[in-house]
Design a protein around this ligand. Sequence first.
Ligand code: 5GP
Ligand code: MN
Length: 341
Amino acid sequence: MKIIKPLDINLNKILGIKEEDVEENKTLTEMLNKIKSAEKIALFTHESPDGDAIGSTIAMYLTLKQIGKEPEMYIPEYSRLFAFLPSSDKIKKSLSEDVYDLAISLDCSDLKRLEGKEYFENANETIVIDHHGTNTMFGDINYVDQVAPACAQVLISILQYFKIEITKDIGTCLLSGIMTDTGGFQYQGVTPETFEFAAELLRKGIDVPDIATKILQTRTKPNFELSKKVVDRIELLANGRIAFSYINSKDEEEAKAEPGDHEGLVDIGRSIEGVEVSIFIRQKDEENSYKVSMRSTNEINVSDICYLFGGGGHPRAAGCLIKGTLEQVKNKIIAETEKAL
Ligand code: 5GP
Ligand code: MN
């Protein structure tokens, strides 16, 4: 039997809480009670899952195992770059039950984007744990910290409250989530706790640079091939304040792209001097529809722009789906972005 040793991490210290000041949090007490009384539990996250989605889901899975549960994780498709995450071999592409006592959604803003939404809707009880400002609070219990830089960081407070021991595996998953959503501690929203948690993991012997290499410095070959097209096609608009680029289904076929191989392509435009908003659009399987990814550097709230098209996200990173041809979608999203500039 594999013995999982806790890392002796004092979460109260990281979160700046004194033992005597720990107040009862009604939402978390209710959440813990629901978890304890549920037998069949399934965990879900958003479509096109990134490192925060997968890292948070596995961290919750390991947490529930410590509470004595045998949950199932449902993530039908994800990039092989995340296969290094501990317990990723326990992720399921199909679930064993039709109806669960409890369904937990991690890192997902709305039911529409949830992979396995049918199961979530069918479950007797539902919990939503997230950090999106545009979260629609679609669970029976919703624990949403809109200022947390990653869902994985929201989980740190939950683990502290549940008195869960941080193991090497849990720490690796949480840090992977944080590194993904903060771009390696670079984006707005990182807090002192973000660094303190990483520092504590480093102190306890977790190979933080190795996680950084795997999460931030590694791209698949198809992603590299696609990035060449994205660079080649970048157009600078609005006096260089908007960068636009795209890929279509044919590009993905030629590059032999697999799920997740488009991750990070939107960042290329943002890195250009003077660019405030980077827009990257990708043709979806259905004809005449494009998935829009937006990033901004300083001022523009791209979540507000995506919200106009039924999407959402965070002020500096957001997305939406728009129907139409490449030209139509491009014109629509650029017009709204120009208005916001
Ligand atoms: P990405 O561009 O990496 O796909 O997404 C950036 C951020 O926006 C992520 O936090 C993601 O969850 C969110 N996001 C992307 N697409 C959508 C969408 O269609 N609807 C909503 N509500 N959020 C989205
Ligand atoms: Mn996230």
